[in-house]
Design a protein around this ligand. Sequence first.
Ligand SMILES: *Cc1c(COP(=O)(O)O)cnc(C)c1O
Length: 229
Amino acid sequence: MTLLSGHISHPGLADVLTRIDTAARQAGRSRDEITLIAVSKTFDAPDIRPVLEAGQRAFGENRVQEAKGKWPALHDAFPGVEVHLIGPLQTNKVKEAVALFDAIHTLDRPKLAGELAKEIAKQGRAPKLFIEVNTGGEPQKAGILPEATDAFVTQCRQEFGLTIEGLMCIPPVDEEPSLHFALLDKIARRNGLPGLSMGMSSDFEVAVAFGATHVRVGSAIFGSRSYAG
Ligand SMILES: *Cc1c(COP(=O)(O)O)cnc(C)c1O
């Protein structure tokens, strides 16, 4: 960490950044292709500020209300901050979500796509959109099924006029994540999508090896959460 940056080091953040650098180098990828999203859900300003002071600018939240409570003030204090919604989005929260977030990683159904398109037009503000794919086909999990994703990408583009940045997945906890990362990469490529939001604390280095452009890392930076979030 260079003194010229004027940043105070944060041990969890510094460690994750080093590990991303190493994983990128080993994969022969440019470090600039990978955005670290520091997942700050369940943590409040006293835990988030040191990470901001260390220079981190992209953060992830999984609840609209929680993000609304803590981010506007931090946004004002730290220019250049971007906040990503990584949790499920209900259609009745779309207005707030479009106003608040710089990216939404959980677009997974036509009704939501329609509401997002309407609100983006109304507000003149367009968060980057990722389609969540349920790569493991888990019944309890959000996301569009892999076999339905091509048609949904086309529908988002043609019927709703949305620009889709990429795909997102959360692999099943008990499975080898690389199979899911490879599947997501394959679906993204054949649809001409540049973004891959994949990889969490336990597997972000594997995700980088499989082409992740956005890794979503919480506990490895902030420590363990007191509830599941
Ligand atoms: C909580 C969460 C993360 C971060 O999880 P960690 O294991 O703490 O890194 C990433 N993605 C999503 C969708 C999450 O809900």
